[in-house]
Design a protein around this ligand. Sequence first.
Ligand code: 5AD
Ligand code: SF4
Length: 443
Amino acid sequence: MALVEHKRYHVTTFGCQMNVHDSERMKGMLESLGYAQADERADADLILFNTCSIREAADNRFIAHLGEAKRLKSEDPERVIGVGGCWAQSVKDEVFERFPFVDVAFGPGQIARLAEFLASDSLSAQGYFEFEDFSGHLPMKREREFQAWLQISQGCNCRCSYCIVPSTRGRERSRDPAELVAEVEALVADGVREVTLLGQNVNSYGRDLGASRTTFAELLALIDGVDGVERLRYTSPHPKDMREDVVRAHAELAAVCEHIHLPLQSGSGSVLKAMRRTYNRERYLDRVALIREHVPDCALTTDIIVGFPGETEEDFAQTLEVVDDVGYDGAFTFLFSPRRGTEAAELGDQVPHAVKRERMARLVELVQRRARERAQRFVGRTMEVLVEGGTRRDPGQLRGRTRHNKAVNFEGTASVGELVEVEIESATSQTLTGHERLLSRVP
Ligand code: 5AD
Ligand code: SF4
């Protein structure tokens, strides 16, 4: 038996779904090299971090973990420490100066290079930070048998002034539609029922494909057409590229779910302008109206940044107004965090931390109240739920998600990965509660 078959790896993932998916590729690639997964970091020969750099808090959390890896490496210098993802990309070669115990560092999507490093007998630290690699062809180890991510593009051509992603993931490149359809067919054959398309700006998909150009709406139709895809989701779209054909896909294509995550960021025209979002409040609300016209019951969620440089009380009040008007089913809210190399980090008029915190508290209160109100429309209805497992508190209770992407806790007898009908009895801002309708399994 080759020595490599005994080796074990441990991966810790930070950040967005794109990173979660990249980690699935990392694990798949390592297992194809004969590595096995270790439950604890201390038991691993190869300790990997897949990092995020979106906000300062993300950096800080990761550095604490890295401290533990340093200690483990000093106990056993044979251990290999690898750091991948957006934080690694954002500090590039500096990583070896600041953290000399790191053996290999690589940017997002550079997973194949990690394999190259492991296969070589290199004893010196290596960094891989090119943008052209794609991990789409690598094997993957899915977290859940019945759900899969599908990366449709890489990188981002937007220039949002607060965002580090264009500098960590490069220009946008779309994957070939035929390759994507083939991947979905293989996933379905392997037990997948729900597919989530991933990209930094999914609805600009295909613009770089030249003559064989396929739009995002056409891609949705192609994937919806694959037999066995029960649910189709995507994240994230950009409001500037949200066209009617994509909205209609939610009404017309059976698998496309009744949920759209449409990042607002701010409700103030002048802040949106300084953010370089290229839409204003009216255009955003117009997109929402279009969604409500074609898919009246559609769940809407969003991302909002509080305390962007120069944000006045009046600007913030406009954000609250939009949140109240739209009535989101949920929102991710973030304190603005200056990121190095971004335009917004250099702007004067940074909002004091205490002001950001106070605005955030008001925003969260409103988001939750509106989400709770919106969730009441599900009470008394029977909803299709994809079962994900038991609840954390009570393993006798089941947990799953509706097509609207609402979490549901319910009494029932279904198995993980099954689609069942659940009668909804009550609703909070985040979670629905109910019981399974027996003898009514969705075939
Ligand atoms: N500060 C705060 N929030 C940010 N986001 C992106 N960059 C920053 C930043 N510098 C938020 C945006 C984005 C989400 C993924 O993270 O709301 O949509
Ligand atoms: Fe994802 Fe952005 Fe974090 Fe990179 S920086 S992992 S793209 S959230």
